[in-house]
Ligand binder design. Sequence first.
Ligand code: G6P
Length: 607
Amino acid sequence: MCGIIGYVGGTNKAVEVILDGLTKLEYRGYDSAGIAIIENGKIFIEKKSGKLENLKNVMTTDKEAYVGIGHTRWATHGVPTDKNAHPHLSYDKKIAVVHNGIIENYSVLKEELINQGCEFTSDTDTEVVAHLYAKLYNGNPLEAMVKLLKKIRGTYALGIVNSDDPDRIVCARKDSPLIIGIGQDKNFIASDVPAILKYTRDIIFLDNEEIAIIEQTKVTITDKNGNELKKDINKIEWDMDQATKSGYPHFMLKEIDEEPKGVEKTLEIYVNPKGDIDFGETFSKIDFDKIEEIDIVACGTAYYAGLQGGHFLKKFAKVRTSVEIASEFRYSDPYINDKHLVIFISQSGETLDTLMALKTAREKNAKTLAITNVLGSSISREADLVIYTLAGPEISVASTKAYITQVVMLYLLSLYIGLKKKKISKKEYDESIDKIYSLGEKIGSVFFQKEKIKKLAIEIKDKKNGFYIGRGIDEKIAREGALKMKEISYIHTEAFPGGELKHGTIALIEKDTMVIVIDTQKDMVEKMISNAKEVKARGAFVIVLTQKSFKEMEEVADRIIYIDDIDDVVAPILAVVPLQLLAYYVADAKGLDVDKPRNLAKSVTVE
Ligand code: G6P
């Protein structure tokens, strides 16, 4: 949520580097974009509401400037207009600030600054930082930042340039991500790795309440009191082409196509040739017999992956498991203690609600485990244990390949805990491992039906509403299917347990209402046929998603999508893929911006 880039260099011109970085960060927010550079000892600033393209159209890249900051915005305080776009300037026009997060005490600070004669030009919380820093700066950037952090409250990743101190960027973070890129005669700050991967693979992860001063050949990092710290430099192993479209019309389609690879890599890295699951040494030291309950906590698609995971944990580890939305968990005074394992799932590892829920669980002495896709992310650093999903960078706002790898990881984790707690036999464990091995190949077979799914998408693209129904585990994937559809195609879709529709929602079914009936479980076929008949009798247009051999389902289907036959336990993971494709093709057929749906952001770093 909001993307930040900063550059201090000598060879590449600042505008070119910053616009390129913003292009890679645009997925974090596309309400507006802006840039501030130091040109001839003065700050030059340009910002435009709307997509980054609007800014690019008015910027020339050949300006003689080698220091600058840029920002893509997902609006919180103040509507998306030019004046509310970042960077924000101080009253004396010497300081420019980009910010990701929320300054919670901004209104008190704003009043104080207005009383001191500062004129505000935006409705944002960020502008107070620009004026405050200008007031606090007395020739020493570190001193000014230390004093600033004592005054502001909330969450922030900050990048500040100063025309009186033109060779450096001063930055700091608290609960919003910020990384530092170490280049050859050039250094960077960014919200995320893809923004600077073109220039360097050497990254320092700034921790909470740390300050960094970035110069062309030097980076100084201190704690919030200005005491210098020594930090490790991490090498990024993945490649840039994983973060580009590589000829695909949208990231989402490319990322769905990468799902078989993600599954295969997960199994290759976490299951050894003997079939044993290995999550590393720290993991093997945990006494799972002491774990009496498991909680899974996440947001959005990661939450729906958690719902599937909860099902696997109950099945294989036979442990009482609850799955909760992070923003609710935190404020529900959760009853957890040191006998609980709390699993936090997050693609980005930066979702603030999930991060705060993790802090709550730690305060209550629970064991915490993060499942995340981003190395060095805040959630991965805060948890006792970490497992990385191996989906590779996910750019499209709608999560697809990360979801699949999260579910596969939860499947493996459930088997691992089940065996450790002696709740499943080695035979069942081995057989269950074998079952997941066919998943990658079966996802590949869904891709052969792309044309059929596309045709169906064109047929349903003008529907206003849709209901997804399923029973048991299929109800969990119905929820993910409905979310995918609504977030990118703007069709109002909701998911319900098949048996529950008759308790209210069936009143909404009329002629041609779309109902997507999901059945991946052999023992549910008859029940789901009955539910499908109930809606058909009221005029619904029924789309069935089921396994190839469940031919009985054809009887109630106006349209049918098959997945290959696969063991019932793995079938729900596979069935999500056609639901993702259906949502993708509907959004594309409607001519929508698939990768950047309105009002959404990939990484939500505000509460
Ligand atoms: C946002 C994204 C979703 C994502 C959710 C949780 O809402 O648009 O795609 O599922 O955040 O993100 P996380 O990074 O924690 O998985």
